[in-house]
Design a protein around this ligand. Structure first.
Ligand code: PRX
Length: 631
């Protein structure tokens, strides 16, 4: 480490200054002032924000920090759905549009806060009818449709812990998540649509629950006509479950520290990690960041393109914006189907004012050309956002010029499944620097350090850390607290993020990518260990090692090195079979782009595969060089 980064790039990058009106009209007019207020008294700072929300009972203490365990809003009582729904239903937002949804086939559905409230209440009572009580885990494996959000909110209403599984995951990934959480109920749909293809979700669930003893019932939303048959006894129709129940379901009184949801993320070793988020701190953190980072106002139409199955969908499609009382657009929309104008057409048709997407999508748009966005009226846009991987300067400039027409600030937000909320960005009134996410938001103290925790000089590559607890932080890893502690013990007393970063003289932070064996492919977090174990589960594979290979479009591609079992001869058929096998076990996002058959793999004396040697070979560089980049 401690290697000088490209200082020229770090110190000569140009700034973009937002129009003065952004600062004048923003919720937070002066970032520095807000940050100083936080530093002066962190607990008072968060307490004041929390008081903007509705609580059933007050907290005794804002923060109880016993390293590495935090409790926020100690003994405070609340229900997040009361803040996302009831509050608005009883104020001027009663008839405000909460959700506008567009299906891939052009179908449109609109829910006011009152309508959403009604559906959530009834579905919550339906879940109770199935015997679901506070603390039970419910797995949600659905396409991007309003019922997915209704199911999540209904769980939160009765205190059940939802575990949403991305609809693109395969059977093995789904089965693992159902079993690890011991979910009693799985909520799914017959099909999902993606790029004109149908995904047979219900069939995948049928396979995934063969070895899942905890599952008592499967709730099925039937979209297809004529309706698919359901197996009485175990399966029940989504809307039948809502028949004949009481129209109102009293929100369960939750302790601030009760779990709200479990969401799995890839680890650098072993099985995926079930990240636990709790009710109070998560609500406060996502509410505050949604409000001030997107500068969400009453008239905005906000669109987050992330899938609900990822943390961005949880925090910034659902909970945060609804807590603020925003109008949310979402849909079964992909950037390039039916054509590369899809996003821009939707922005025009829906009058989107705030647009939050991923760098991969932006780079794809750069490649297909400006003629696509140029066909549409994008003048409703006010603020642009980016998340999931580094927004490289070229992509920033394109996004700013072609989509934002040189007038919309871009918030490049750095955060993680574990952090629950956005942590580093540039506020809408502040000058932006392409390539740099920005500074810690008020409430967060990041730094860039060496492996001993010593801050590195500006312009020098180091590890990104967070020095203080924050409300939406994860509380543990489900059934594996040791893995939680590791984040805080790798460098004592601070949270080690796992990313490499560089800090400029101005304090802006550039995030460069992972420092470990996690590969970020098109913004999706994939563990080398998961792909390797999927490969090894194939009958003809003896050993496998997986690396990320830099790619201009997707950030990284997955490359696998495979040793076949004795007697197996490498062939193109094997390559196809293995790709298909990983696709079926983990899902399309984890499918290797390239497979190379080898006779042996570089290993340490203790038998650990040295992926960095493979990577160096792949990139044609000296493995010594790369060791400074990888821990
Ligand atoms: O490497 C960082 C990258 O995504 C990782 C977190 O992935 P996940 O938990 O799936 O959450 C993604 C959505 C919040 C981080 O460790 N990452 C996320 N946002 C950025 C980023 N890298 C650079 N710039 C970002 N804005």
């Amino acid at each position: 480490m401690a290697e000088q980064f490209d200082v020229k790039l770090v110190e000569e990058a140009k700034y973009y200054t937002p129009l003065p009106e952004y600062r004048e009209k923003a919720w937070v007019k002066d970032y520095d002032e807000e940050y100083s207020e936080f530093l002066k008294d962190p607990e008072a700072f968060w307490g004041k924000i929390a008081k903007e929300l509705d609580w059933f009972g007050p907290w005794d203490k804002v923060l109880d920090w016993k390293y590495p365990y935090a409790k926020w809003f100690v003994n405070g009582k609340l229900n997040i759905t009361y803040n996302c729904l009831d509050r608005h239903v009883f104020n001027h937002r009663r008839n405000k549009v909460a959700i506008i949804w567009r299906g891939e086939n052009g179908e449109e559905r609109i829910f006011t806060y009152q309508m959403l409230y009604r559906q959530v209440n009834r579905f919550a009572n339906g879940l109770k009818r199935l015997g679901i009580v506070k603390g039970d885990r419910v797995c949600i494996y659905m396409p991007m449709i309003p019922e997915q959000l209704i199911a999540m909110l209904a769980c939160a209403r009765i205190g059940a812990v939802h575990s949403v599984v991305f609809g693109g995951f395969g059977v093995t990934a789904l089965n693992y998540r159902i079993n690890d959480t011991e979910s009693k109920v799985v909520i799914t749909a017959d099909i999902g649509f993606r790029r004109g293809k149908t995904i047979p979700l219900k069939t995948l669930v049928e396979e995934a629950i063969i070895n899942a003893p905890s599952v008592e019932r499967v709730v099925v939303l039937r979209r297809k006509e004529p309706k698919v048959e359901i197996h009485s006894g175990i399966e029940i129709d989504f809307y039948d479950l809502m028949e004949g129940v009481e129209p109102v379901c009293k929100p369960e009184v939750m302790d601030a520290e009760d779990p709200l949801f479990i969401l799995y993320t890839s680890g650098s070793t072993g099985a995926p990690k079930g990240v636990i988020h709790t009710c109070g701190g998560y609500m406060v953190g996502t509410y505050y960041t949604s409000k001030v980072i997107f500068d969400l106002k009453e008239e905005d139409v906000y669109w987050c393109t992330a899938d609900v199955g990822w943390v961005t969908g949880h925090s910034y499609l659902l909970y945060g914006p609804l807590a603020v009382g925003a109008t949310i657009f979402f849909g079964e929309a992909v950037p390039d189907y039916p054509d590369a104008g899809n996003f821009w057409r939707l922005i025009q048709d829906m009058g989107i004012t705030i647009f939050y997407t991923a760098p991969t999508a932006i780079r794809m748009f750069m490649k297909v050309g400006e003629q696509w966005p140029d066909k549409y009226d994008l003048s409703s846009l006010r603020i642009l956002g980016s998340v999931g991987e580094p927004l490289n300067p070229e992509a920033f400039e394109w996004y700013y010029r072609v989509i934002g027409k040189d007038r919309c600030p871009i918030v490049d937000t750095w955060w993680q499944t574990e952090t629950g909320m956005q942590m580093i960005t540039t506020f809408v009134g502040e000058k932006m620097r392409p390539g740099f996410a920005g500074k810690g938001i008020p409430g967060v103290i990041p730094d860039v350090v060496d492996k001993h925790g010593k801050p590195v000089k500006t312009g020098t590559l180091g590890f990104l850390i967070i020095k203080n607890p924050w409300p939406a932080m994860f509380r543990t890893i489900y059934k594996n607290d040791e893995r939680y502690r590791k984040y805080w013990e790798t460098i004592p007393n601070v949270y080690t993020v796992g990313d490499l970063a560089v800090k400029g003289k101005d304090g802006y932070i550039m995030i460069l990518g992972r420092a470990d064996d996690i590969i970020i492919v098109a913004g999706h977090n994939i563990g080398t260990a998961e792909v390797e174990s999927a490969l090894v589960s194939h009958q003809s594979v003896a050993e496998a090692a997986v690396i990320g290979k830099p790619d201009a479009l997707k950030g990284n591609l997955i490359k696998a090195f495979v040793i076949l079992k004795l007697g197996e001869k490498p062939s193109d058929k094997h390559k196809l079979d293995l790709k298909y096998h990983v696709r079926m076990t983990l899902g399309p996002i984890a499918q290797p782009d390239d497979i190379e058959f080898v006779d042996k793999l570089p290993k340490t004396r203790s038998g650990k595969i040295m992926r960095r040697v493979l990577k160096a070979k792949e990139l044609g560089i000296d493995p010594g060089d790369i060791s400074t980049l990888e821990d």
